[in-house]
Each structure stands twice: as structure tokens, then as C-alpha cells.
Design a binder for this molecule. Structure first.
Ligand code: NAD
Length: 274
């Protein structure tokens, strides 16, 4: 299926690895120009090189040129980091058609040990940063008549995870904001806003969470991995490529009637009917 987004510009945050990278790969495969971001220069540059290899293989039935790949190493949770993205040479300024907000998840732990600063960092990274990014692009999208905003949140907003109190709390704030924003008249102007909720995906972040669980229970990492994968009805963890495929569809021309949703991708782990 042609998703009808070739030639669009996407900002993909937290994209040197993991889920962000999976989304960037899927978008470049659809002919979308991407500006990828992460904090550390070397792995980001390596990812950009690998995305350009995907771009070089892209062929367009309509004769469009191969997608561009730009990379900006910065901390997206800071005003300076966001400014670096908006002013990137060769980029579209703030005129992105697609914005995927994403950054590292907050640390695991017992909420009794978190300080006010820990909470402020989590709320900044997982709630306020997506809102700042959205604020910068959404009116331009509406004026141009097309926009796709996606936020990577977590299955923890539907089913909280005990050692992820910071994530449970901060991401729920973003979820409430998005629910209101998506219904504020944007869809009539071609702009959709949705959240993607990963369950357990095989990334460095998941490994860090599993290591914390292993420390807590005294089991080995391998035992925790096996036990947790066994709890998923799919009997495995998800892959960044599977996550990226959903992202690309939500960004598609065809998904213009899909807005304000929390799309859970978890191999069937969430036990509820809805
Ligand atoms: P990951 O650690 O594999 O990748 C995170 C990416 O974000 C990296 O490229 C990293 O460099 C970048 N990043 C981190 N902080 C940043 C910042 N301040 N500015 C710019 N870039 C930054 O993680 P992942 O598994 O891809 O997770 C992505 C998000 O999804 C996280 O918020 C995570 O908590 C959430 N999540 C993941 C899972 C899972 O199973 N993997 C489950 C639920 C939620």
C-alpha cells in the first residue's frame, strides 16, 4: 500500500536506536525526509548513515527524489536542543509534516526514593517536551492542511508498572493533554494527534527495566527475560520494525480519520477488552 507521504518532512526524536529508530526506518522506507535526533553524536551519525542506505534503495513510482536524512545531536528536553532542531541547515525549520515525540524513559525505582527534582525531570522529558514540540509545529500544520503528531508513551498509561512510578505519572499527564488537543478542531484541518503505547519491545530501554527487575528479585537477567516474554500472549517481545510499521501507517494519508487515540502495541499483554 502506498501511504501517500513520500516527500513529507518528519522530525523523529530519540532516533539513534530503539523505537525511534524503528519509526525513522519505516518513514524513510516510505520516501519521507527525516530529521533524526538523539543526544550522542557518534551513534546518531551511524544511524543516519544506515538510514541513507535505505534512502538510496528507495524507488518512487511517481519519480520523486530519494528521501533526505538529517541528524541533529542535542537534548530534545531542553529549549536549546529544540532550537537546534528548528534551525538545522537543510531542514524545514518548524514546517514539519510529521512529528514523533520521544525521549528516554525515566528511571525505575521505588517512589519513596524519588525527589522533587526526579519528578520535575520526568515531567519535563515525558510531558512538557512533547507539548513544547507540538506547540511549535501544530498551527503551521493546520495552515498547510496536513499534520501527523505522534507521541511514544507507554502501556503504563493503561496498566501502571510498579517500578515505573515516574513514567506512570508523567505520561498520564501528556495523555490527558493530547485527548483534549486532538478534539480541538485540528482533524478538520488535516492534523491528527495520537499516542503510540509500546508494551515490551526488545530495546536497550527494555533491557534496563529487566535488569532492574532482576536486581529486585535476585533472578538472572536471562531468567527475567524468559519469564516476562512468556507472560506475553505472543510469547515474545516486539521488534522496533513492528513498532515503526504502525507509526508509518498512523502518519499515512489513509489515517486521516484516526485521531485522539492511544494505540497499544503489546502482543496481547493488556488483559482488558478495551
Ligand atoms: P532506547 O533506550 O532504546 O532508545 C531511546 C532513544 O532516545 C535513544 O536514541 C536515545 O539516544 C534517545 N534519547 C534519550 N533521551 C534523549 C533526549 N533527552 N534527547 C534526545 N534523545 C534522547 O529506548 P526505547 O525502548 O526505544 O524507548 C523509547 C521510549 O519508549 C522511552 O520513553 C521508553 O520509556 C518508552 N517505552 C519503551 C518500552 C520498551 O519496551 N522498549 C516500553 C514502554 C515504553
Amino acid at each position: 500500500m502506498d501511504l501517500g507521504i513520500a516527500g513529507r518532512w518528519a522530525l523523529v526524536c530519540g532516533a539513534s536506536k530503539g523505537l525511534g529508530r524503528g519509526c525513522a526506518e519505516a518513514l524513510v522506507s516510505e520516501g519521507v525526509n527525516v530529521l533524526i535526533n538523539a543526544r550522542t553524536e557518534a551513534p546518531l551519525r551511524q544511524t543516519a548513515t544506515e538510514l541513507r542506505a535505505i534512502s538510496a534503495r528507495w524507488t518512487s513510482a511517481a519519480g520523486q527524489k530519494e528521501p533526505e536524512v538529517l541528524a541533529v545531536a542535542c537534548d530534545i528536553t531542553t529549549p536549546e536542543g529544540r532550537e537546534a532542531v528548528w534551525s538545522a541547515p537543510g531542514g524545514p525549520g518548524r514546517d514539519f509534516d510529521i512529528v514523533l515525540t520521544n525521549a528516554g524513559g525515566p528511571p525505575t525505582g521505588d517512589f519513596r526514593h524519588f525527589t522533587s527534582e526526579d519528578w520535575q525531570r520526568a515531567v519535563n522529558a515525558n510531558m512538557l517536551t512533547p507539548i513544547e514540540l507540538i506547540k511549535a509545529v501544530v498551527d503551521g500544520m493546520a495552515e498547510r492542511g496536513f499534520g501527523r503528531i505522534l507521541n511514544i508513551t507507554s502501556s503504563a498509561v493503561k496498566a501502571p508498572i510498579d517500578i515505573l512510578a515516574l513514567s506512570n505519572g508523567a505520561r498520564s499527564g501528556l495523555t490527558g493533554f493530547v485527548a483534549g488537543l486532538a478534539r480541538s478542531g485540528l482533524a478538520a484541518r488535516g492534523v491528527t494527534v495520537n499516542n503510540l503505547l509500546p508494551g515490551k519491545f526488545d530495546t536497550d530501554r527494555l533491557n534496563a527495566t529487566l535488569e532492574a527487575a532482576a536486581r529486585k528479585t535476585g533472578q538472572s537477567l536471562a531468567e527475567v527475560r524468559q519469564a516476562q516474554a512468556a507472560q506475553v500472549p505472543a510469547r515474545r517481545f516486539g521488534t522496533p520494525a513492528e513498532f515503526g510499521a504502525l507509526c508509518a501507517f498512523v502518519c499515512s494519508q489513509q489515517a486521516g480519520y484516526l485521531t485522539g487515540q492511544n494505540l497499544l502495541l503489546d502482543g496481547g499483554l493488556y488483559p482488558g477488552t478495551f
